[in-house]
Design a protein around this ligand. Structure first.
Ligand SMILES: [Zn+2]
Length: 251
């Protein structure tokens, strides 16, 4: 089980030499790739653990200090958090550039998509990126109180909430939420199958839903509409593409 790196290499080299005589070229390439993977894995500074055995602690080297020895994972995390300049810089106040209203979909987290850091953006997430009164209040705080300059509504392709609205799905509180997306289903002009199985239709409804959310923000929030009229903020719609990872902004 616990072969050394040298014996592993010897074993696989012998395997390849044997295979040279009888395997097709494609299979041989696969074995060579496996050897490369194993070599790379063995070169990682991770102790090899044999199943059922506790790995022996490595002996302290000449450069291994007492402080390093005492550095446990929780302590390292604590130090990293206390010394992170962004955490210290944002602790006493925040000046985010934008507030982003997006879907809860695990594949569409706005902060990661836009490579945002601590304090860069407000992030409001709800299935189907709709704007109810509480979310409008949150966005009003973000812009009128905290000074965000952009309200960005971001839908995404293959949205489950959109599919649920198309299908008329019913489940607890989700039913009421999906009812708020249904007007987008009805308003979407589309020649073809108007079903949740049709990805093109689902994505068209998602775009309509974003446009309707942007309109709803302007119509229902005097605060945000007023700030936009004064040129202090922009309210913008966008779609995130799960395939490819691009964001298309609506004009
Ligand atoms: Zn979604």
């Amino acid at each position: 089980m616990s072969r050394t790196l040298a014996s592993q290499l010897g074993y696989f080299t012998a395997t390849v030499l044997k295979a040279e005589r009888r395997w097709p070229r494609g299979k041989l390439r696969a074995v060579r790739a496996m050897i490369l993977f194993i070599v790379c894995t063995c070169l990682q500074p991770v102790p090899m653990v044999v199943r059922g055995q506790t790995p022996a602690r490595e002996p302290a080297s000449a450069t291994h200090t007492v402080a390093e020895d005492a550095l446990t994972l929780p302590l390292a995390i604590d130090i990293a958090l206390r010394t992170n300049p962004l955490i210290r810089a944002t602790a006493s106040g925040q000046y985010p550039a934008a507030v982003i209203l997006s879907c809860i979909d695990s594949r569409a987290p706005a902060e990661i998509i836009f490579d945002a850091r601590l304090g860069d953006t407000f992030n409001a997430r709800v299935a189907g990126n709709i704007a109810d009164d509480d979310l409008l209040g949150s966005m009003e705080f973000a812009c009128a109180v905290a000074g965000a300059k952009v309200v960005l509504v971001m839908g995404h392709t293959s949205c489950g909430a959109i599919k649920g609205a198309i299908d008329g799905a019913q489940l607890g509180h989700l039913t009421g939420l999906l009812n708020k997306i249904k007007p987008a289903v009805e308003a979407t002009r589309y020649e073809g199958a108007r079903t949740s199985k049709n990805d093109a239709f689902v994505d068209e409804v998602a775009k309509t839903n974003v446009r309707q959310t942007v309109s709803a923000i302007r119509q229902r929030s005097e605060v945000l509409a007023g700030l936009e009229k004064e040129g202090k903020i922009k309210i913008v719609g966008s779609m995130y593409r799960l395939v490819g990872g691009g964001v298309d902004f609506f004009t």
